[in-house]
Ligand binder design. Structure first.
Ligand SMILES: *Cc1c(COP(=O)(O)O)cnc(C)c1O
Length: 363
């Protein structure tokens, strides 16, 4: 057995060991082609098969209706912050944004460079420790769209349910840190986008799930590479795709299938985080969860100790015991455990035990 760290990194993040081993087996010689998948033409039959199968697996496992396109793009979720307004923000019709924290703000700032925006709800006054109540979200009738960040990776908050909008206003979600971690009703959304490097694979590929009419509505002035219709028409093969990353997503999707699909993963993810949230809640205030209870993320668990000194000690000792990635994001401090799809339950159990033990020694 290889020596695997207890990896709680926020992104890029843990991948399933089985997937890494399979990639290793196929690394030098992909299906007897005499070359790696990275060395092949993206127009080859072998890569086209990977591209098509990855799309088909996404559709099947995530229940994506036929009137949506599944695109594999580059530039990360951060490029989607620009592509969304460039393609979908119409003159005189503001882009509405729910401001839930660090990533929502970045998305909003890019839209402000493109056109008119409005903040439909914000939890800034509470330091973004909660998701605004759905009935507090105010979307103008003439909004081009409503943008949400389904899971705020840095603050550790997550939408439990999604707002229902009038059919004229598409709901757009940055799902970078919770895509395929739970079933969602895709038909509620106009666009879902996510960098792959948290729940679905390595960095380098960005998944975009977009309703057909929205994929076909880009204004004429938008540059070719930044248009959804360019990639939709070409099945994500307009230019050279991140072929190795798409291949890795393909393997991860097959792994999700063997795990029983997305609904089974949701239960698994909930079981994992319960171990850690319970430890926080039963610590008598030694550990303090950052997010309000009804907004807690099942992907990123954020918590604090009484002093920064103690937090430093926690990180140091955890690292000595093989844990990786428990330091909170530099912008907010504290501690964070990211428990994406591929993080095993045993690792969460080990973390909960370490936390209890650390409290016993320092409480
Ligand atoms: C990580 C992350 C991003 C940034 O993704 P990149 O692929 O690095 O551009 C955007 N939004 C959320 C919610 C994230 O977690």
């Amino acid at each position: 057995m290889t020596n695997r760290a207890l990896n709680f990194n926020a992104g890029p993040a843990a991948l399933p060991l089985e997937v890494l081993q399979q990639a290793q087996e196929q690394f030098v010689d992909y299906h007897s082609a005499g070359m790696s998948i990275m060395e092949m033409s993206h127009r080859s039959a072998a890569f086209e098969q990977v591209n098509n199968e990855t799309q088909a697996l996404m559709r099947k496992l995530y229940g994506i209706p036929d009137n949506y396109k599944v695109l594999f793009l580059q530039g990360g979720a951060s490029t989607q912050f620009s592509m969304i307004p460039l393609n979908l923000l119409q003159a005189g019709k503001p882009g509405a944004y729910v401001n839930t924290g660090s990533w929502a703000i970045k998305a909003l700032k890019e839209a402000q460079l493109v056109g008119e925006t409005v903040i439909a709800a914000t939890s800034e006054a509470d330091k973004f420790n909660r998701i605004p109540a759905l009935d507090s979200i105010e979307v103008p009738d003439n909004a081009s769209y409503l943008h949400i960040t389904s899971n705020e990776t840095i603050e550790g908050t997550q939408f439990a349910q999604f707002p229902t909008l009038s059919p004229a206003v598409p709901l757009i979600a940055d799902m970078s840190s919770d895509i395929m971690s739970r079933p969602v009703d895709i038909s509620q959304f106009g666009v879902i986008y996510a960098g792959a490097q948290k729940n679905l694979g390595p960095s380098g590929v960005t998944i975009v799930i977009i309703r057909d009419d929205l994929a076909a509505s880009s204004p004429k002035h938008v540059p070719t590479m930044l248009r959804y219709d360019t990639h939709a028409k070409a099945d994500s093969l307009y230019n050279t795709p991140p072929s190795f990353s798409v291949y890795m997503v393909n393997l991860v999707l097959k792994w999700i299938e063997t795990k029983g699909g997305v609904a089974a993963l949701e239960q698994y993810n909930r079981d994992k985080t319960k171990l850690i949230y319970d430890t926080i809640d039963h610590s008598g205030g030694f550990y303090r969860g950052f997010a309000q209870a009804d907004s807690r993320s099942v992907m990123n668990i954020t918590f604090r100790l009484q002093t920064e000194e103690l937090e430093k000690q926690f990180v140091k000792e955890s690292e000595q015991q093989g844990f990786v990635g428990l330091k909170g994001h530099r912008s907010v401090g504290g501690l964070r455990a990211s428990t994406y799809n591929a993080v095993p339950l045993e690792n969460c159990k080990a973390l909960a035990e370490f936390m209890t033990d650390f409290q016993r020694r320092n409480g």
